[in-house]
Design a protein around this ligand. Structure first.
Ligand code: SF4
Length: 62
Protein backbone atom coordinates (compact mmCIF):
# COMPACT_ATOMS: atom_id res chain seq x y z
CA UNK A 1 0.00 0.00 0.00
CA UNK A 2 1.28 3.44 -0.93
CA UNK A 3 0.13 6.70 0.65
CA UNK A 4 0.54 10.27 -0.53
CA UNK A 5 -0.52 13.64 0.89
CA UNK A 6 -1.76 16.43 -1.33
CA UNK A 7 0.07 19.30 0.31
CA UNK A 8 -2.06 21.86 -1.49
CA UNK A 9 -5.07 20.57 0.43
CA UNK A 10 -3.47 19.68 3.78
CA UNK A 11 -4.39 22.15 6.53
CA UNK A 12 -1.87 20.74 9.00
CA UNK A 13 -4.40 19.56 11.58
CA UNK A 14 -2.13 16.70 12.66
CA UNK A 15 -4.90 14.12 12.83
CA UNK A 16 -3.22 11.66 10.48
CA UNK A 17 0.00 11.79 12.52
CA UNK A 18 -1.97 11.00 15.67
CA UNK A 19 -3.85 8.16 13.98
CA UNK A 20 -0.98 6.60 12.07
CA UNK A 21 2.40 7.83 13.34
CA UNK A 22 4.27 5.06 11.49
CA UNK A 23 3.25 6.54 8.15
CA UNK A 24 2.76 10.29 8.63
CA UNK A 25 4.96 12.99 10.09
CA UNK A 26 4.44 16.75 10.43
CA UNK A 27 6.96 18.98 8.72
CA UNK A 28 6.54 22.73 8.43
CA UNK A 29 2.83 22.51 9.25
CA UNK A 30 2.10 19.94 6.56
CA UNK A 31 1.77 16.19 6.80
CA UNK A 32 4.45 14.25 4.98
CA UNK A 33 4.83 10.57 4.30
CA UNK A 34 7.41 8.98 6.51
CA UNK A 35 7.32 5.45 5.11
CA UNK A 36 6.33 4.12 1.70
CA UNK A 37 5.10 1.52 1.24
CA UNK A 38 3.00 1.86 4.38
CA UNK A 39 4.54 -0.44 7.01
CA UNK A 40 2.91 -3.82 7.50
CA UNK A 41 0.62 -3.54 10.50
CA UNK A 42 -0.13 0.13 9.88
CA UNK A 43 -2.37 -0.34 6.87
CA UNK A 44 -5.65 -0.21 8.81
CA UNK A 45 -4.66 2.90 10.75
CA UNK A 46 -3.50 4.50 7.49
CA UNK A 47 -6.91 3.87 5.95
CA UNK A 48 -8.52 5.34 9.08
CA UNK A 49 -6.32 8.43 8.73
CA UNK A 50 -7.48 8.81 5.14
CA UNK A 51 -11.12 8.62 6.25
CA UNK A 52 -10.58 11.11 9.07
CA UNK A 53 -8.71 13.74 7.08
CA UNK A 54 -11.04 16.77 7.04
CA UNK A 55 -9.94 17.94 3.59
CA UNK A 56 -9.47 14.52 1.92
CA UNK A 57 -5.81 15.23 1.27
CA UNK A 58 -4.67 11.63 1.74
CA UNK A 59 -4.52 9.33 -1.27
CA UNK A 60 -4.01 5.61 -0.88
CA UNK A 61 -3.03 3.24 -3.65
CA UNK A 62 -3.36 -0.47 -2.99
S1 SF4 B 1 -5.33 14.78 8.50
FE1 SF4 B 1 -5.28 15.69 6.45
S2 SF4 B 1 -5.27 17.91 6.79
FE2 SF4 B 1 -4.74 16.93 8.73
S3 SF4 B 1 -2.48 16.92 8.73
FE3 SF4 B 1 -3.17 14.95 7.89
S4 SF4 B 1 -3.23 15.26 5.65
FE4 SF4 B 1 -3.15 17.28 6.61
Amino acid sequence: MKATVNEELCVGCGLCVDTCPDTFIMEEDKAKIKANPVPTGSEDSCKKAKEECPVEAIIIEE
